[in-house]
Design a protein around this ligand. Structure first.
Ligand code: BTN
Length: 253
């Protein structure tokens, strides 16, 4: 059902489709530990029985309705301390596709890399890096994009079909995603990070708006300014700007 994309150089040229698995991220890690899996390999399934989300959450996706896949990358050119740059490239690739479908004003990137349309989450990303010494030797980039699913157990979740009021062809959406992900990955590899960082900041959810957040000490009001080079969220509070890593802050609204 899924075809090798015609317009990419290496992403998706090796496309492994399985009817069901626990998690495409786990399967991709297992396969690449056992055999020589070429960079750009995609492992895709119609049904995950134990999909992994960020912060130890599960990722639930209705069978046959959405895209759930993992991409194997080997960004040896990235130092471990710069690993957030890959998050930026992936978020931008996804945002590029969503923007083409629904328009720029509807699409936001919710730090670190959730994709929202009309303030609802349509896509989640789980990047699992393998670091050796100072460099990233392998990244498994897991992507769950809600395409045709219509009902969700979370009010803040949605799909492309709900936001566009039309069903889409999964294989077409996948091909566009792979093309845009490759463009952004090659842009990263070519060292254009300043421009990518700026594009990411531009599309950041709740930027320059006062909102409620929570940390270990309780809730507070702050304004997102952007992210630093390490990927920490920069929030200005009454007492000045603070940096938060992923486990240190939660959005409350
Ligand atoms: C999140 O927003 O919490 C991240 C969700 C990532 C889900 C995708 S679906 C394909 C890949 N395999 C997994 O087990 N997880 C990722």
């Amino acid at each position: 059902m899924y075809k090798i994309p015609a317009n990419t150089v290496f992403i998706g040229k090796n496309l492994i489709s399985v009817p069901e698995c626990h998690s495409t991220n786990v399967l991709a890690a297992q396969m690449s530990a056992k055999a020589d899996v070429p960079e750009g390999t995609i492992i895709i399934t119609d049904h995950q029985t134990a999909g992994k989300g960020q912060r130890g959450n599960v990722w639930v996706s209705e069978q046959h309705m959405n895209l759930t896949f993992s991409l194997v990358l080997r960004p040896h050119f990235l130092r471990a301390q710069d690993q957030f740059q890959l998050n930026i490239a992936i978020a931008l690739g996804l945002a590029d596709v969503l923007t083409r479908l629904v328009g720029e004003s509807a699409v936001r990137i919710k730090w670190p890399n959730d994709l929202l349309i009309n303030n609802k989450k349509v896509c989640g990303v789980l990047i699992e890096n393998q670091i050796k010494g100072a460099v990233i030797v392998q990244s498994i980039v897991g992507i769950g994009l809600n395409v045709n699913q219509q009902t969700f157990s979370f009010a803040q979740a949605s799909s492309l079909a709900n936001e566009l009021q039309t069903q889409l062809d999964l294989a077409d959406v996948l091909n566009k995603l792979l093309e845009k992900l490759e463009v952004r990955y090659l842009q990263l590899r070519a060292g254009h990070i300043a421009e990518m960082h700026a594009a990411y900041t531009q599309q950041l959810y709740q930027r320059h708006e006062a909102h409620q957040f929570a940390n270990d000490e309780g809730s507070f009001v702050g304004t997102i300014d952007g992210v630093d080079d390490a990927g920490r969220l920069r929030i200005t509070r009454a007492d000045g700007e603070q940096l938060f890593s992923i486990k240190e802050v939660r959005y409350l609204d």
